[in-house]
Design a protein around this ligand. Structure first.
Ligand SMILES: [Zn+2]
Length: 269
């Protein structure tokens, strides 16, 4: 039951979590506002247990990003600004989960919970695959043409370590979702999260290989998929101009959510 007290508690809890993230320099100022927005949507629509799942995804993402950060930076594949998330990144990773939570506010159901864990798993799987894939010893292979080796950090590049990371992160989301009672049944949750998460990561790589905007930095001349590099807007060299990394993330999250939803309706439900 939603009472005045729970609303106030939720509000302060979300603010405190986002504030801690700012103080730890894992999000910037506007990222704080985006996080509070996403956090409030999720805690209000899904409840405290849904918020914990997203919070664990966030902490997991930060941990994966900072793991061997110096090495990844030398490689040229590390996230900019010490891995701090900005607002488009937060909305890209938390937007779909927020929409599902808002739907759940009006009509709560186990089906929506299954869709929600699929979306969060896809985001977690993506982040883990990207960050762990950079540490792969062999060069990544292009998902659309495995005979072709690409540079670490190239969108569409895949490695076994990246897949293992995607799988592991999805299982962590499933285990947390079970521990906090998002859905009953540990096997149900692990299967939903593993399949939805890995599917999301695969879709992310496919879109990365096929349509994602490619470009280069006008300052350091390095090829990059980021919209800005060295403080300058990057110049496009290929792909679809408006499909940059955050758009790909949203689409991959939708794919993960859709796969978990279908799986839940078809097999488990
Ligand atoms: Zn640059």
């Amino acid at each position: 039951m939603i009472t005045f007290f729970t609303v106030v508690f939720d509000f302060f809890f979300v603010i405190a979590f986002a504030l801690a993230a700012v103080l730890l320099k894992t999000i910037d100022g506007r990222g704080f506002l985006a996080s509070v927005l996403v956090g409030l949507a999720i805690i209000t629509g899904g409840g405290f247990n849904w918020f914990v799942v997203v919070a664990v995804f966030f902490v997991l993402g930060v941990a994966f990003t900072l793991y061997k950060y110096g090495y990844k930076k030398k490689l040229g594949g590390a996230q900019e600004k010490g891995g701090a998330r900005n607002w488009p990144n937060i909305l890209a990773n938390g937007g779909i989960a927020s929409v599902i939570a808002v739907l759940n506010l009006f009509s709560p159901s186990a089906t929506l919970a299954a869709t929600f864990v699929g979306a969060v798993s896809a985001s977690a799987a993506d982040t883990a695959a990207t960050e762990l894939g950079l540490l792969s010893r062999g060069r990544p292979r292009l998902i659309t043409n495995p005979a072709k080796l690409v540079n670490p950090g190239t969108s569409g590049g895949v490695s076994w370590l990246g897949f293992a990371g995607a799988f592991f992160a999805s299982l962590v989301i499933g285990a947390i979702a079970f521990a906090f009672g998002v859905l009953p049944g540990i096997v149900t949750l692990l299967v939903l999260c593993a399949v939805g998460g890995v599917a999301g990561a695969v879709v992310d790589s496919l879109l990365g290989a096929l349509v994602q905007r490619r470009g280069y930095c006008p300052v350091c001349l390095k090829p990059t998929e980021a919209l800005s590099h060295c403080g300058e807007r990057t110049r496009p060299t290929g792909g679809v101009t408006f499909i940059e990394n955050n758009v790909v993330n949203v689409l991959a999250t939708v794919a993960g959510a859709a796969v978990s939803l279908s799986l839940y309706l078809a097999i488990i439900h």
